[in-house]
Design a protein around this ligand. Structure first.
Ligand SMILES: *[C@@H]1O[C@H](CO)[C@@H](O)[C@H](O)[C@H]1NC(C)=O
Ligand SMILES: *[C@@H]1O[C@H](CO)[C@@H](O)[C@H](O)[C@H]1NC(C)=O
Ligand SMILES: *[C@@H]1O[C@H](CO)[C@@H](O)[C@H](O)[C@H]1NC(C)=O
Length: 263
């Protein structure tokens, strides 16, 4: 038997290097792939707010909301406002006192309801928001929500944003004013239960975890609106971090509707 020649040793070494090189390359590729997958899974995790959610301040929605942001009726003409009352009924059904008592807890303190110490996927509790707190606008005492008396109610909600802490410790409040038309024609405004969104309803943990969550509502009652006057009314959110005068997004932090009330 001949001793392996130098060229054999060199070849073996080259083979070993070759193997090492590819082993390292594949390990690297596998690690990179895993890393990418992890990042992707994290970014689409249902529990984490997306980048977008964090930077956009909330919009606002209202009821009644039918074919547009228009409220036009005559108090004495039931047919002209029945649809508004029905829209309010629907909006408020999830807030029925019995439903809220069954699903949610009674919270007394008004501060952010932080539940971050629970494990990620665990369900979060939510505070009650009861329909009966909306007084004249609850539809309980007055099933017509003031429309039959020419004193209509509207309901306002701030859009849900995962993990958002509105107002940086001070509740976001609501104000309504005439945008177009004679300012004095709007008359007195009442708010139920309060003119702001209490902190205890935030942060929102998302529908997977905050299974019974109910957004708080601010009800606005236009108790002295002048008859036969065409008004454009704007209701705005006010507070730290809120944008309510965006030239490009008219639902950001405010809602505008026309109001025509007749006898
Ligand atoms: C309210 O009544 C006035 C006058 O009778 C009528 O012109 C108007 O169309 C009515 N509005 C609605 C929304 O029914
Ligand atoms: C959600 O509501 C149901 C009753 O409908 C209740 O049994 C459950 O405990 C509630 N979940 C949480 C997390 O509060
Ligand atoms: C609403 O909030 C703004 C900003 O925090 C504050 O300046 C204003 O006084 C508040 N208005 C009412 C009626 O509470």
């Amino acid at each position: 038997m001949q001793k392996p020649t130098n060229s054999w040793v060199a070849l073996e070494r080259a083979g070993a290097l070759f193997f090492l090189f590819y082993a390292a390359l594949y390990a690297f590729l596998a690690a990179m792939f895993g890393g990418c997958l992890f990042c992707l899974m994290w970014s689409i995790s249902p529990y984490h707010p997306t980048y977008n959610d964090r930077v956009m301040p909330p919009g606002m929605t209202m009821a009644p909301h039918l074919e547009g942001h228009e409220i036009a009726f005559n108090a004495s003409d039931r047919k002209s406002w029945k649809k508004y009352a029905r829209s309010m009924d629907e909006y408020l059904r999830p807030y029925n006192d019995g439903v809220q008592e069954r699903k949610n807890i009674h919270c007394t303190e008004d501060r952010y309801f932080m539940q971050d110490s629970l494990s990620e996927h665990e369900e979060r509790k939510a505070c009650q928001f009861k329909r009966s707190w909306l007084g004249e606008c609850s539809g309980l005492r007055d099933p017509h929500y003031g429309y039959s008396q020419g004193r209509p109610c509207v309901l306002l909600r701030m859009n849900r944003i995962l993990g958002y802490l509105p107002g940086q410790g001070t509740p976001i409040n609501v104000t309504c004013a005439v945008k177009k038309g004679p300012p004095e024609a709007l008359g007195g405004i009442q708010f139920f239960p309060k003119s702001f969104f209490e902190l205890k309803y935030y942060p929102y943990y998302g529908k997977l975890r905050h299974v019974n969550y109910s957004s708080p509502v601010v009800a606005v009652r236009f108790a002295g609106v002048q008859y036969d006057t065409h008004l454009q009314v704007q209701c705005k959110l006010n507070g730290k971090g809120i944008i309510n005068d965006s030239p490009t997004d008219r639902y950001l932090g405010s809602v505008t509707f026309s109001l025509d009330v007749g006898a």
